[in-house]
Ligand binder design. Structure first.
Ligand SMILES: [Zn+2]
Length: 455
């Protein structure tokens, strides 16, 4: 699986040519190229051109033939808590606050450790990678452990340095969270796959002075701010009782809003609030499955897009979804927006794909490096096989990607030009850097521990 070991010996540049039946570069929106090749040099895309020309121009390139496949930008999950894959199905069919306060927080209090986070994140990475996701925007305790797992899996991660006011196994108060997070970032800031954002958990778990500190650090260090926002009606009602204003207004007055601000959910927003988000250049991480499962509501995606806000897609953690499956979220986002707005043209397939790729790259300030297939950008790519009966015939590949295909059709995933996952037809998927035995050990260990706790 390590491509470096088998590149053409007479070709010092280690060129790879991915010959795709279809290529969906992501930009321009809706573009589909047939019989095109992506030429990869080291970590980046060198060229995109018709395959016939590619064979003449790059005769020494090592070829990967994708003759039944569509090649797309690697999917970007804009909001998750990857380690929560260990708590999948632990508590279902409950509203957010009951789910959090009576089930998730007590379980986290009992079990979350560096080992839990590293192992849970690795399991989450395995799921995401096999589903075509190459980059995830995370928020959880022990960010060093998240970093370690992402690097092992070979995935790109933007790691949220989580901040809350109350004590956990990770930190004892907001200042402690902040300092631990910043120290963790210092340890891996030179890693090519990792970046960081400050991640105040939510307006209801973080106080005013902490938000002000976070804004100062974000400005000084050039970091994004990632938080949960306007997820439920209760959150808004409680904020009015406690602070006299809705959470978004409070964050505005604290100086939190700006083009580096990524808000997960945004389910309950007034017209004026949508205009405010747009005016500040903020980004929404839309998590449709999680919002439905916790009965939080349906985010007004159609209105947000019309207001000019950048909307991308996240899965949220596996404890509230319960899948880390960007194909499922793309389809759901497109369908929900149509049903919710009464407009079948709302979030067409190409836009849903953009919400899972370039829009997310934009939200993380990485749109010049990631999110579409263009020369100069990192070669983060996913190949989807359209050979299966349920995907035949095919008149519009983007329609198939969003409405018909699923993560089970993902055949290859590259991150920075390296093949990190591959599933040949009729075989099980193989990871470059994750052994099946390791995943089995992780699931057995936590299955035992959590089962005893739940019993
Ligand atoms: Zn979340």
């Amino acid at each position: 699986m390590n491509q470096n070991s088998k590149h053409h010996s007479s070709n010092s540049l280690a060129l790879h040519a991915l010959e795709a039946r279809w290529l969906v570069p992501g930009l321009p929106l809706g573009a589909v190229l047939e019989q095109h090749s992506v030429i990869v040099e080291e970590k980046r895309i060198l060229d995109i051109l018709p395959t016939q020309q590619a064979r003449q121009r790059y005769p020494l390139a090592q070829t990967v033939v994708l003759d039944n496949h569509v090649l797309i930008p690697g999917l970007i999950n804009l909001h998750t808590h990857a380690a929560m894959s260990l708590m999948r199905g632990l508590a279902d069919d409950l509203p957010l606050m009951q789910w959090l306060q009576q089930h998730i927080w007590p379980a986290e209090k009992r079990f979350v450790s560096e080992r839990f986070v590293r192992q849970g994140t690795l399991l989450g990475c395995a799921e995401m990678l096999a589903g075509g996701t190459t980059y995830f925007n995370d928020m959880y305790f022990f960010p060093n452990a998240v970093a370690e797992a992402a690097v092992q899996a070979g995935m790109r991660a933007n790691i949220g340095l989580v901040v809350m006011e109350f004590a956990t196994a990770y930190a004892h108060d907001a200042e402690d969270y902040l300092q631990k997070g910043l120290q963790a970032r210092d340890e891996w800031r030179d890693s090519a796959l990792l970046s960081a954002s400050l991640a105040p958990h939510a307006p209801y778990t973080v106080g005013n002075s902490t938000f002000e500190n976070i804004v100062t650090y974000a400005e000084q260090l050039g970091l994004n701010i990632h938080t949960h926002l306007h997820e439920t009606r209760t959150e808004i009602e409680d904020s009015i009782k406690q602070y006299g204003v809705r959470p978004l207004q409070r964050l505005e007055s604290l100086g939190v809003l700006g083009p580096n601000f990524v808000a997960a959910h945004g389910v309950h927003l007034s017209k004026a609030e949508m205009a405010l988000l747009s005016a500040h250049g903020c980004h929404i991480a839309h998590c449709p499955a999680s919002n439905l499962k916790l009965a939080s509501g349906i985010a007004p995606v159609d209105a947000l897009l019309k207001a000019g806000t950048n909307v991308a897609i996240g899965t949220d953690g596996a404890a509230s979804n319960n899948r880390q499956d960007m194909f499922a979220e793309m389809r759901l986002a497109a369908l929900l927006s149509k049903g919710n707005s009464g407009d079948a043209a709302s979030v067409p397939a190409a836009e849903a794909l953009a919400m899972a790729t370039i829009n997310a790259a934009k939200a993380l300030g990485k749109e010049s490096e990631l999110g579409s297939l263009e020369p100069g950008k990192y070669a983060d790519m996913t190949a989807v096989s359209l050979a299966a009966a349920e995907l035949q015939p095919c008149f519009n590949v983007i329609s198939h990607l969003v409405y018909s295909a699923g993560r089970e059709h993902v055949s290859h995933v590259w991150v920075a030009g390296e093949l990190k996952y591959q599933k040949l037809q009729g075989q099980v998927g193989v990871y470059a850097n994750i052994e099946p035995a390791e995943l089995k050990e992780i699931s057995t260990e936590w299955q035992t521990k959590l089962s005893q706790y739940l019993a």
